[in-house]
Design a protein around this ligand. Structure first.
Ligand SMILES: Nc1ncnc2c1ncn2[C@@H]1O[C@H](COP(=O)(O)OP(=O)(O)OP(=O)(O)O)[C@@H](O)[C@H]1O
Length: 380
């Protein structure tokens, strides 16, 4: 059997090092005192005006990379350019302090000055920059209106909700007219409904500002809604970078597929790959069935992995010609869907499908057929 699915190659292009308004990271490495590398030779071009998300599991180095760009952590090696300014060059011992990098920052914890009113909080960076009198008042009013907290100016931070406080933090970050905005999980302290609303609001604000923005998150939904591009981090390296659709739907590497929720990974032999498709044979089974799936590597006669989601496989009638065969080891009904586990050779295949699409009466112990949707499968 052959099945053809689209390729998952990315058309991401690197931009030149000069980056008016963008951010360029080149060869950045960082270890903390225990000597374990947290960032390994990270290079990345953030385009002027884009909103890029650093996405990845806990501990992969997202915050450290952001803090290194901000100047809060010092890298062991590498260069960083923010806008037109070289802010880090370890070889030339250039290390511009955080407050001189022209960056606005918003963190998970709102970090507003509790003894100041909202107006004073937003005004603070303006005051530091010597903006005075009516000019300053007008700027604060405009910024507060822009983020939607203009009715709260005379209150103290403690009198505001979490969402309002985060808007104030954003207004304060914008008051310094930064070259770029760095946001470290700014929504993760908010309740789920507010988080969903603020994602869209923040994205809309970004569209109006066009300010280069980095958002650190471990929430793929947040990245999907907000990002122009996603940089996936895995164990201190950028494992891939692309649009939300590319990274979340057609990941290039297994670690991303695992992070975004692909449940099934079957060992295969890539027999040949041509024109962004590949013919593969399952190795961990006595089957000689062939698949044709998207293959970013183009390796013939190499071992690989066929990945697909549980929702990308279905239980089929036994006489199905395009199926794998195995033993049903568990079958559970969850509301209007079933979840089944099938042992195919030495591998397990997890299947999730709507109950009404189950055309066969089966129970654990039965020999069953499994069809994998090629348009939702990938080979790594
Ligand atoms: N100041 C520090 N001293 C020692 N180790 C640190 C320090 N800061 C971070 N680390 C370690 O570096 C690794 C990466 O941390 P980092 O906070 O960058 O990860 P992250 O991807 O942002 O994770 P999370 O989503 O949990 O915040 C972790 O193993 C962490 O324990």
């Amino acid at each position: 059997m052959t099945i053809t699915v689209p390729t998952n190659t990315s058309d991401d292009k690197r931009i030149p090092v000069s980056c008016e308004g963008g951010i360029e990271v080149a060869g950045v490495s960082k270890s903390f005192t225990n000597g374990i590398p947290v960032l390994r030779d990270v290079s990345l071009s953030i385009r002027p005006g884009e909103l890029i998300c650093f996405l990845g599991p806990s501990g992969c180095g997202k915050t450290t990379l952001l803090r290194t760009i901000a100047g809060l952590d010092v890298p062991d090696a590498g260069k960083i350019v923010v806008g037109k300014q070289l802010v880090v060059d370890r070889e030339s011992r250039i290390m511009v302090p955080p407050e001189k990098r022209g960056l606005g920052m918003v963190f998970q914890h709102y970090a507003l000055w509790p003894h100041m009113t909202i107006e004073q909080n937003i005004a603070y960076p303006l005051k530091e920059r010597g903006v005075r009198g009516e000019d300053r008042r007008q700027r604060v009013k405009d910024l507060a209106e822009f983020v939607g907290v203009d009715a709260t100016l005379s209150r103290s931070p403690a009198q505001l909700s979490g969402g309002q406080q985060q808007r104030v933090a954003l207004a304060r970050a914008l008051a310094s007219e930064p070259t770029a905005l760095l946001l470290d999980e700014p929504l993760s302290n908010l309740d789920a409904a507010l988080r969903v609303r603020l994602r869209r609001e923040l994205r809309a604000l970004h569209n109006r500002m066009g300010l280069t923005t980095i958002l650190v998150t471990h929430d793929q939904e947040e990245a999907a809604v907000m990002a122009d591009r996603i940089a996936m981090l895995h164990e201190g390296v950028i494992s891939e970078i692309g649009t939300p659709d590319e990274v979340l739907e057609r990941p290039q590497v297994r670690s991303t597929a695992e992070f975004v929720g692909f449940e099934n990974f079957l060992d295969v032999n890539i027999i040949r790959s041509r024109n962004k498709t590949a013919v593969v044979r399952l190795t961990d089974s006595d089957l000689t069935t062939e698949f044709t799936v998207g293959n970013p590597h183009g390796n013939d006669n190499k071992n690989g992995v066929l990945a697909f989601r549980a929702s990308g496989a279905r239980l089929m009638p036994q006489n199905d010609q395009d199926a794998l065969f195995g033993e049903l080891t568990s079958l559970v009904q969850i509301r209007h869907a079933i979840e089944a586990e099938v042992a195919v050779g030495g591998s397990k295949v997890l299947i999730r499908q709507p109950l009404e699409l189950l055309d066969v009466a089966v129970r654990p112990g039965d020999r069953v057929a499994v069809r994998i949707d090629p348009s939702r499968s990938l080979v790594f």
